[in-house]
Design a protein around this ligand. Structure first.
Ligand SMILES: Cc1cc2nc3c(=O)[nH]c(=O)nc-3n(C[C@H](O)[C@H](O)[C@H](O)COP(=O)(O)OP(=O)(O)OC[C@H]3O[C@@H](n4cnc5c(N)ncnc54)[C@H](O)[C@@H]3O)c2cc1C
Length: 433
């Protein structure tokens, strides 16, 4: 079959890779100039490696993406970086059962209670009954108000903003179960890895068009797409405009609805309840380290803080790949229509500066440059009984399939599950045809 894939994020790339393995001919259309989607990277001219616009790593049990890396011969680096929490103006390492037991901000009873609940969830293999339970109601009762309010409530509020009180225990379970103390990273960065997959696809005869915005798809007769080239994109041959046997859409559902006018109203209404948050990351390039204790990831457990997570990438990957610069992300999840989301980089730095000074009063002296990255759909909201809300692969349009971030469940979305989706949609199309 000749299959068009919309989007060169990790779902689109892996769908193309596996569909090709099954003997299909693939063409990918991507509106950005590079592959990677939400995990897209960029490279300053002084750097050897690329860096993601939004912090990214893998867990060592991310088997789908690690297998893909192995198959194409892409080297993966494994490290055990330090994860900490910021509570009442201080940083505490918080990345092992021992560190939790030694955490001085809670009584020993509260620590044991929290440890017990987390262990119970971690060793429970069954998630389905948990999706009926509201996490923000269950957890304070189970582990005690103090521990919940100090460590976990900020996580829910920071990650899901106005939707925090809707989140299901299945989502929290998945976060706990998946976490590994060691983390993995593709050599050269996620952009390098995505480019490597593109090369493999092209070598096998597949086509990948960048700067190509798909504005409409149709399934009337043969599935076809209409696209608009952005900037000075290479001209895609005329025959690429239509005449596919199938189309795989990897965009979030609301974007799929926009480009598919033939979709029936009741289908769109059924999935209109799906919600998502945007993400912003202010990335600082520093001459000196930001954290003085080598922390890679800091969860800011303080509702008054203007930043949710502070991630010093170069405490995970060696600074030598980035011209010895120290790279720091200041991340937030925000509704894309909020005032905070619309701020410019100077305004964001001004807002965050007093808080950053509390941790490192001298960081500004070593600031080389900074950039602000934003994506308007970054994190699907996972309320109770989410399994009933997920759109299926099959759409009402014949031979048009949907394979997207909102179908990742119960796991928290990630590039590993994007690759799993790519495998699953391949099997699905194979079985249907
Ligand atoms: C802040 C943040 C941190 C994250 N941290 C991690 C992490 O540590 N580890 C991890 O594994 N994952 C992480 N993720 C999640 C991960 O990035 C995503 O789950 C994954 O990249 C989703 O891939 P996808 O292909 O399904 O979707 P996307 O990456 O969204 O891909 C969709 C693609 O479609 C393109 N597109 C959209 N509209 C059109 C159109 N009309 N025409 C053509 N192309 C179009 C987009 O440009 C995009 O490239 C993080 C995400 C964010 C935002």
């Amino acid at each position: 079959m000749r299959i068009a894939i919309i989007g060169a994020g990790f779902t689109g790339l892996s769908a193309a890779y596996y569909l090709q393995k099954d003997g299909h001919s693939v063409t990918i259309f991507e509106k950005d100039p590079h592959p990677g989607g939400l995990a897209i990277g960029f490279r300053e001219k002084e750097w050897e490696w690329s860096l993601e616009k939004h912090y990214h790593h893998w867990f060592t049990n991310d088997k789908f993406i690690l297998r893909l890396a192995k198959e194409i011969g892409h080297k993966v680096i494994v490290r055990r970086p330090k994860t900490s929490v910021y509570v009442d103006g201080k940083i505490y390492q918080f990345d092992s059962p021992l560190k939790v037991l030694l955490f001085p901000k809670l009584s020993i009873i509260d620590r044991l209670r929290m440890g017990f609940v987390i262990s119970l969830l971690r060793y429970n293999p069954i998630w389905k009954p948990l999706e009926k339970i509201n996490a923000t109601k269950f957890l304070p009762k189970a582990m005690g108000q103090r521990g919940y309010k100090m460590i976990w409530e900020p996580l829910f509020k920071n990650k899901f903003g106005p939707y925090a009180s809707d989140i299901s225990l299945a989502w929290f379970w998945a976060r706990i179960v998946k976490r590994t103390p060691s983390l993995a990273y593709p050599q050269g960065g996620f952009l390098e890895f995505a480019n490597h997959i593109v090369k493999v696809i092209e070598k096998r005869g597949g086509k990948v068009y960048f700067n190509t915005d798909v504005v409409e798809l149709s399934s009337n007769g043969k599935p076809s797409i209409k696209f608009k080239k952005i900037g000075n994109a290479q001209k895609a041959p005329e025959l690429e405009i239509g005449n596919y046997d199938a189309i795989v859409v990897t965009l979030p559902s609301f974007l799929f609805f926009k480009i598919a006018p033939e979709l029936p109203q009741d289908y769109k209404q059924k999935f209109a309840k799906l919600r998502g948050l945007g993400a912003t990351n202010l990335m600082l390039r520093l001459r000196k380290p930001f954290f003085n204790d080598g922390t890679y990831w800091l969860n800011v457990c303080d509702e008054t803080s203007p930043v949710m997570a502070i991630v010093e990438h170069t405490n995970f990957m060696d600074k030598k790949y980035y011209n010895n610069e120290h790279l720091l992300y200041l991340g937030n999840y925000l509704p894309a229509d909020s005032k905070r989301f619309s701020l410019e980089k100077e305004e964001v730095l001004k807002l965050l500066d007093p808080f950053l000074q509390k941790i490192n009063p001298n960081y500004r002296k070593s600031l080389i440059d900074y950039a602000l990255f934003k994506v308007s759909f970054a994190q699907p909201v996972i309320p109770t009984n989410y399994s009933k809300m997920i759109p299926p692969f099959k759409t009402p349009l014949p031979n048009v399939y949907l394979s997207n971030i909102e179908q990742v469940y119960p796991w928290d979305r990630g590039t590993n599950y994007a690759v799993e989706l790519g495998e699953e949609i391949t099997d699905y199309i194979l079985n249907e045809n």
